[in-house]
Every structure is written in structure tokens, then in C-alpha cells.
Design a binder for this molecule. Sequence first.
Ligand SMILES: [Zn+2]
Ligand SMILES: [Zn+2]
Length: 491
Amino acid sequence: MSTTCSCDSGKKWFCYPCEQLICESCKIRHENHSMEESGSLQQKLSSRLPSAIKLCVQAIPNLQDQIDHVDTSVEEMERRVNALKDQLKSRFEVLQAKLMVHHENLRQEADNFLSNIKDKSNQKKELLQTKVSTIESIRDRCHNDDGMDIMDSLKLDDHCTRILDDVKNQSSIIHKIPVICFSVKDNDFEKEIGELFGVLRLDVEERQYKPNKSPLTKSSEGLVGPKLAFPALPVRTGQKVSSIVQTSSNDIIIGYSTNKVITFYDRNAKKQKSRELPIYVQSMTSTSSGAVLVSENKGSKVMKIESNRIELFFDASPFKAFGVLCSKLERVVYVCCQSDEHGHIYVITNEGKLTKIIKKSAEGEFLFQKPHRIAEHSSCRILYVTDPGQKMLLAINNHRQCLFRYNGGPERSNFIPIDVSFCPSINCTVVTNWKGNSVHQLSEDGSFMSLVVSQRDNLLYPTTLLFDCLKRIWISHKDKVTVLKCNFTTS
Ligand SMILES: [Zn+2]
Ligand SMILES: [Zn+2]
């Protein structure tokens, strides 16, 4: 599907998503793309550019200030890092001194043990020597004295029997060699030393690390664990919930990747009705006009569902469509697309015309591998995209700059992010971790705040979630949809 125009004839059109000038005859290949006549675009630009340049020039003093600020902040940082190194050094010296004392104590103990053994062994040797002398004197008496009377003989016989018994019973006089008992194993060293010596948390972004009171144990302590809003909604065996969405009239719609149907519930999770669809559901989003856009599971279509109409809204072929999101302010629809190589996000107008492709960052690097689900900040200036391919949650601003990449925080070793949602009332992002059976709450700058839901809450393989208008979280996981009233950490 080549859309490039290398024709020599006049290039009358500018195609926005392709960022390219094209001629009249190539226009047909850009059928679904948003475009403008190059003449009128040039006119617009030449009237707009002078004032834009003037504004930029005015920004130079501000930039100079920032340059100065960079220097002073680096100096300040150097001072702080050096103070940190002093702390590290004194901590090391304390540990070293303590370790030395401990080492000396152990050596002393071993020495004491050995000299004790030597004393006891000498005593034993003397005792044994006495026995040998006794036996020898008995032997000598027998040889030299023929006229021993019967009483003496009996006494000697008795003596000999006792000595022999004694020798038999004392067969082993070898002491057991002591063993060293280390409670710290070789492969524990890293952990133990980290615990003793401390760890450094360094961040070039100068994020404010709040002293979190062990966020991981929060829900496990049962103090602030989530409560069920109502009994879990059962899902028929074999059915997989792939999307949960709330409409502008507050209905909840559940879609399935295994069944061409959607089911409607009211806010209290009472089932209202079902509706048949021509496609399996991958993801859904609601528009302000009450319509719902549905992306096709294992397909490229995005359908628009209105009260009694279902029509094709956009076709992303040859790519597969994943998460869809109708932006609240910008009057555009985002569609996550996946191919075999790099994924991208299509930006579609309300009329279903492609207007932009988000693929590379402002720095020219590919942003996505498998973009899966998408959410936006209430300002509409930040997009949050889960990428299970990269095992990351990405935040991107409207200049395609990557603000952060969240790799699972405390669960980074088993983090597979699936769905993401922004909660305006608490100004934070929540993301499901399919592999960790949990839901993470992140602050605006992308640092971990808490586990809103964890494995202890009987959540198994959570996939999609909805943060509803009553601040409850609807989460689909194995064979059910659970609705929870959550306690969020507030900063
Ligand atoms: Zn052409
Ligand atoms: Zn085009």
C-alpha cells in the first residue's frame, strides 16, 4: 500500500498523517486521510509564521535563565551527592568496625574452645596413664609374688575386671570437631548487605520520593483493603470479558472477545439487555453523544454503535486494532494498532478520517511494540498506553515526548500491563498487572504509589478495568467481573 507520490506533476495536496505533498492523481490512495490544498495551507502558514517566530524570539531570555539554572542545580546536586557519599563512607566505617569486633569475638570463641579441649584431653591422658601404671603394677606383683593368698587374688581379679569394663565403655575419646554455622548463605550476601548497608535510589528526573509506609503490605494487612461494591458478576465459562465501558448515560457495557454480543448493566450491576454485534470485541470507548465505538478482536475494524444503528467508523487494515479511546476534549479518536514489527496509534477525526500517526517519539525512536490499551489525562495532554510487548506503561505528551516509562515498580520482575485508566478525582493512573494479579496506582509523574488491589484480594489474571463515576473499579478477571470500592493513597 504505497502512498508516496514521486510524480513530477504539480503537488496540489498536503496529507496530514503521511506528512507529504501529493498530486491530484495520487489523492485516491489517501482516501481516508485528512488533507488540505497546498496553496491555501501555504497561505495560512505565511500569515501565521512571522508572529510564531516573534513569540519564539521572545522566549530566548527565559531559555537563558534556564541555562543558568541548569548550572546552579548541577552544583547543588554535586554538593548533595558528596554529602551522600560522606554518609555512605561513615556508614561503611561503622559496619566495618562492628564486623571487625564480631570477627574478633568469633575467633576468640574458637580459641577458647580449643584450649578447653586441650585441658580436658590432658586430664584424660593423665587418667589413662594412671590406668596403665596400675595394670603394670598388678602384672609385676603377679610375676614376683608366688605366695599370694586367695583374698589378694580375688581382689586383683576384681580390679582387672573393672579396668577392662572401663576400657570397653570408653572406646571413643575423639572429640567432635565444631562446625561454623553461618545464618547468612553465600547467595544471601547481596540481600543481607543491602539490608545492612542500605540502597541508593537515584533518579535523574529528580522525582520526589515520598517516604511510603511499606505500600506493598497495605492491602495485605487488611486495614485499607478494597471492599466489594456488590457480589461479583459471573461470566459464563469460556467467555472472556475484553472491555468494560460506561456510557454518557451511566450504563455499564461489557464486551467479550469470545462472543459477538455486548451486555448492558445499570450502575448497580443489574443486567438490562444484550445486543448482538457483527464482530468480537477487543476494546470499547464511549462518545459524548451517547454512541459507543468498538474495535474488532483479531481484526482491523472499528464500529460505531448508536441507539439503533451499527456502522463502520474506521478500518485500520492491514493492521490489527486494539485499544480505542474517544478523547474528551480534542474531538479525536485514538486507535492502538499492532503489526508484526512496531505498533502505532492512529489519530482519527470524529468523521472517521485519519489525521495523525503516533509512531516515533520527538527524538525519532519507535515508541511502541504492542500498544494494547490507551487512556488520557483529564487535561487531554497526556496519553497513557500499555505495551505488554515492552512490559511497560508509557506516558506521552501531545508533542510525542515520552514523559515516563513505568516498568512495574515493586513488581517489575513480573509485570505484564494490560489495561490503564486515569482517575480524575484522585489525579492518578491505575494499571492492571496481569501476571502479578494486581492493580497499581501511580502518581502523575509515574512513580509507584500503592497496590490498589493485590493477589490477596483473590484477583486472578486481571485484564480490563473501568473506573466508574462513583469511583468504583470494575475489573474483569478469571470467570468474573468484580466491582470494588477502593481506598486510594492520596499524596
Ligand atoms: Zn502523485
Ligand atoms: Zn495520506
